[in-house]
Design a protein around this ligand. Structure first.
Ligand code: ZN
Length: 439
């Protein structure tokens, strides 16, 4: 078993090594040009998209807790191995699910951990700083058993968090410290209470990115917190009726009042197993699922100031987080699709690489190819038409209510197949991202 795992890791290295090599050989000069195109308005550091991932464990461990971890044959270890194998199978449709538990740790967290351990899978816990201080032993257990931990602010109070960025940042820093002091982990993962949609503006996103935080929303809402005490059967039903995709980030809760979520968990795990998914904890290398910035926010507040941004970034830098202190120097890596003499340039947010899958914006891709996009408000579906045929349909529940512009990132190869178009060649590395379509 060990040997197989090691083999899988080697294959991953070989796979990315090859890609990188191809990139360097074929288009070195182009890559250099691209690097010179500095996108001053984007603060995302290019390391955000690094493709070496999943070999390393999650957040930044200090040496001591790393050693402790090494000694444990934890569920997460197996899960990381599985994720590594997933990369090897890149683009062969291996499906990944990231189970996430928000608002803990609470008395229900040990029950969740027991189930995960029994099933041999790892997940991600977006914890509240306040709860970490209340339940330090449980927070420690999350890490000891190999799960990922993320920052979910200190007290989850919307009016404070979204009333001003300085309050949000204060809570992030306080929670960062609470997690570190309790578990030895300096996490880069963060989830916004209530999600980012209508809560975050671009300033929030930029400031957090500049400080090295990776903000994760979700694409499956279990609905376990839509009211008090949602029955387990309803949670499972919601999960089963949610749209499947190659990567799923599932929102669950392990805070007080969520006994039913615990009860639903075995059935949820069973369901995804039956659909052929592997389970993985979110790591720094996982491209976050992020909601779009809403055109209208729930809050009126002052713009995020440069001082606020710098304060959070300095905090991160002092603590060894790899943030970008100089966003104006950050390069936004573009991805370019070529078809004949035409090309389509995709920017951050319009494409991603997760677990080996390249995903691109459905609406950008469709309109570039000369097709059209329709949004069926009645069913909450996004439909792509090409050559007079409906080729792709995606459910868009969340965004429908808000009436925002709709889009989905879709696996590029599989989607192109539906359009009857193949891929002739592609290069994907830190410096160059290009796909040539066959024609
Ligand atoms: Zn929450």
């Amino acid at each position: 078993m060990r040997r197989i795992c090691r083999f899988a890791i080697c294959m991953v290295i070989v796979w990315f090594g090859l890609l990188e090599l191809i990139g360097m050989l074929s288009l070195g000069s182009n890559a250099a040009n691209q690097q010179e195109q500095v996108q001053a308005s984007h603060s995302m550091s290019s390391s955000y998209y690094e493709t070496k991932p999943l070999l390393a464990t999650h957040a930044a461990y200090d040496t001591k807790s790393q050693q402790q971890l090494d000694q444990k044959k934890s569920a997460a270890f197996a899960s990381h191995q599985e994720a590594s194998r997933t990369i090897e199978k890149a683009e062969t449709n291996q499906k990944i699910v990231y189970l996430t538990f928000d608002d803990g740790p609470s008395k229900y967290t040990p029950l969740v951990l027991d189930i995960l351990q029994k099933e041999g899978i790892a997940a991600t816990f977006f914890v509240l700083g306040k709860q970490v201080l209340n339940q330090p032993a449980i927070a420690k257990r999350i890490i000891d058993e190999g799960h990922s931990i993320g920052n979910h602010t200190f007290n989850h109070k919307y009016e404070q968090l979204y009333g001003s960025f300085s309050e949000f940042a204060e809570q992030v820093m306080k929670t960062d410290e609470a997690i570190y002091q309790t578990t030895g982990v300096r996490t880069n993962l963060l989830r916004a209470p209530g999600g980012t949609f209508t809560n975050f503006d671009q300033g929030y996103f930029d400031a957090l990115a500049q400080a090295g935080y990776h903000v994760h929303d979700w694409n499956v809402d279990s609905g376990d917190s839509k009211k008090q005490g949602v029955p387990a059967s309803e949670i499972v039903a919601t999960i089963k009726s949610s749209k499947l995709a190659n990567k799923l980030n599932v929102l669950l809760h392990d805070s007080a009042g969520h006994a039913e979520s615990v009860k639903a968990l075995p059935a949820i795990i069973q369901y995804y197993k039956s659909k052929g998914y592997v389970f993985a904890p979110i790591t720094d290398e996982v491209d976050p699922i992020q909601f779009k910035v809403a055109s209208k926010l729930k809050w009126s507040r002052p713009q995020v100031t440069k001082t606020e941004k710098t304060k959070l970034a300095s905090f991160s830098e002092q603590r060894g987080r790899e943030g970008s202190m100089q966003p104006e120097e950050a390069i936004e890596q573009e991805m370019i699709l070529h078809r004949g003499t035409e090309s389509l340039v995709l920017r951050r947010g319009e494409y991603s690489l997760t677990g080996g899958f390249i995903e691109v914006s459905l609406s950008k891709l469709t309109s570039w190819l000369g097709g059209s996009i329709e949004f069926d408000t009645e069913h909450g579906e996004l439909k792509a038409f090409y050559d007079g045929n409906q080729v792709v349909t995606y459910a868009s529940k969340g965004a429908k209510a808000a009436g925002t512009e709709l889009d989905h990132l879709v696996p590029v190869r599989a989607t192109l197949q539906k359009f009857g178009i193949g891929i002739a060649k592609y290069v994907y590395n830190d410096k160059q991202r290009e796909i040539w379509l066959a024609d």
